[in-house]
Design a protein around this ligand. Structure first.
Ligand SMILES: [Fe+2]
Length: 200
């Protein structure tokens, strides 16, 4: 099979101390993120090495698997990236305006995120996206890393709701404490800059 192999590299996140999410939890979680990067590369190498038509069945299953590993990698980059620089409130910006239009206020938005978290049965991600076509902010639940991903929407936030994201610190019954800690730790200036990059 002729295909250029893109090799992905782990991103480094210079993370501050996070109130409510321990250093050990973050360290374990970053290790899992590294695993997704490694598996994206393994999949790409496997696909590129599959030349025999008889091997197309495992290759096609590997194509299917790609979405799991790739989104696992990228979702974690949104997750950790939003924590770099420490907590910062959102400034007056288009993102702030859209959130306030969609959810009445930042607190209203956070309340809905917490309600989604409270009612999630199973793991996955709470995603915040920008829909450029309708100029709207959308929250949704992505199962695993890829089921429920929304084509053409731009990811703004990815809140990891897999148990591995919080079980060093919290029992599943206390997962809302973890969500609250994450929401308080977000650097909204960084998040807004990412949002702005989608406007061009
Ligand atoms: Fe995770």
């Amino acid at each position: 099979m002729i295909k250029k192999i893109t090799t992905y590299k782990e991103k480094n996140f210079d993370l501050p101390e996070i109130d409510g999410i321990s250093e050990k939890q973050i360290k374990v979680h970053l290790g899992l993120y590294a695993g997704y990067v490694a598996h994206v590369n393994k999949i790409n190498n496997f696909i590129a090495s599959t030349e025999d038509g008889d091997q197309m069945y495992p290759a096609s299953e590997t194509f299917r698997r790609f979405g799991f590993e790739y989104n696992g990698m990228r979702n974690h980059e949104h997750y950790f990236g939003a924590l770099v620089g420490g907590p910062k409130e959102i400034k007056d910006s288009k993102l702030k305006q859209l959130i306030e239009t969609s959810f009445q206020s930042m607190d209203g938005c956070k309340d809905i995120i917490k309600k989604i978290a409270k009612n999630m049965r199973g793991s996955g991600w709470i995603m915040m996206h920008y829909d450029k076509q309708t100029d709207d902010i959308i929250l949704n639940w992505v199962t695993n890393h890829e089921v429920g991903q929304t084509t053409a929407l731009q990811p703004i936030l990815a809140i990891d709701m897999w148990e591995h994201a919080y079980m060093v610190d919290y029992l599943p019954s206390d997962k809302l404490k973890y969500v609250d800690a994450y929401l308080k730790a977000i650097n909204w200036e960084t998040v807004s800059e990412k949002f702005d990059s989608y406007l061009n």
